[in-house]
Ligand binder design. Structure first.
Ligand code: AHR
Length: 336
């Protein structure tokens, strides 16, 4: 399957009434934003947009590619002064970084929330300071959509469904027993991929016999898989919420004297180079893509927000899926 360019689907059109309006100068701290909704952004005097970005961490190959895309795009040549921080997968570090960006008076804050809940207080602080917030990659669970301007990222439920649909298509009727390596507990991709996969396999004869978090890392994926192998002698399939945990599972399966991709089938999500190579080598059986190249969309949305232009509340990044043959075709030109 050929790789297509990143496309967008506008899921939720922003009503004109709920759009923020750009004031000629910064909004008063604590003042109610115009338009009864999102934050009034202040256009920087020097034309350079200072953007504070709080990244989840460096837990996976996907995250490394995502960080590179952001750092390569939000450059001085492109009109940005990027302030970047790595939260090491800890929500408290992200909250601290966002507070620091508010204190510094950056023009825009962007972040990829490590978990879904618990963001309202700090987002209210950003709103009160008149600093617009853009979410990338992962969503927040908040009933107040005025706390951020836009959310750019994949549809994780759909990714889980795509993985589950492929499994059903290939293996339904064989009584397969599956184990699941979940992403970080409380993170949007872990919650949504689980939901999507479970709904797709419902009604088939695939049984999920165990499920545990591997925190999106290769090391924890390996450790959890070792535990599964000690506990169960009848595992037919691994569904890993990302490539890195799937790659950890491969190490555990090989160490146990079995052949990954044959004795135990593996389905993962991300389609980063290491995962795609394992798929091409027959150690992984199927990968659903999650595109990490969010830098260009973030730059565009940040510029629009600062210019007072309308932005889409939800920008969905389209994802493909790969089997062994399409992985071999895609690998030579794979960007990440
Ligand atoms: O939020 C995206 C997920 O986070 C990726 O699938 C995973 O690899 C990363 O850690």
């Amino acid at each position: 399957m050929a790789r297509t360019t990143l496309t967008r689907t506008i899921l939720a059109a922003v009503s004109v009434a709920s759009l923020f309006t750009l004031g000629a100068c910064a909004s008063d701290a604590g003042g109610e934003p115009a338009g009864g909704g999102e934050t009034d952004a202040a256009a920087p005097d020097d034309g350079v947009i200072t953007l504070g970005f709080s990244q989840v961490g460096a837990e996976s190959g996907w995250r490394a590619a995502n960080t590179k895309s952001i750092q390569d795009t939000l450059t001085a040549e492109n009109g940005f002064d990027l302030k970047f921080s790595d939260a090491q997968q800890k929500q408290e570090n992200q909250i601290q970084a966002i507070r620091s960006y508010i204190t510094q008076g950056v023009d825009v804050i962007a972040f990829s929330p490590v978990v879904e809940t618990g963001w309202d207080p700090v987002l209210q602080e950003a709103k009160a300071a008149g600093i617009p917030v853009i979410l990338t990659d992962r969503a927040v669970d908040s009933s107040d959509e005025t706390l951020y301007e836009s959310f750019i990222g994949s549809d994780f439920v759909k990714e889980g469904e795509m993985a589950g649909e492929w499994v059903v298509e290939q293996y339904d009727g064989e009584g397969y027993k599956a184990v699941e390596l979940q992403g970080t507990t409380g993170a949007a991709p872990a919650i949504d991929r689980k939901e999507g996969f479970e709904s797709a396999v419902e009604g088939s004869d695939l049984e999920i016999i165990d499920s545990q978090t591997g925190n999106f890392t290769r090391a924890e994926g390996k450790t959890v898989m070792e535990g599964f192998l000690n506990k169960h002698d009848d595992i037919d399939l691994v569904f890993a919420h990302n490539d890195d945990m799937g790659l950890g599972a491969i190490e555990a399966i090989e160490a146990a004297g079995m052949t990954p991709g044959e004795d135990i089938k593996i389905v993962t999500i991300d389609a980063v180079k290491d995962g795609m190579q394992a798929l091409a080598d027959g150690k992984i059986n199927y990968i659903v893509e999650c595109n990490p190249l969010l830098g260009p969309d973030l730059a565009e949305i940040a510029k629009k927000v600062i210019a007072g232009e309308e932005v889409e509340k939800r920008i969905v990044v389209e994802d493909l899926a790969f089997d062994q043959e399409s992985a071999k075709e895609a690998l030579p030109t794979r960007e990440y």
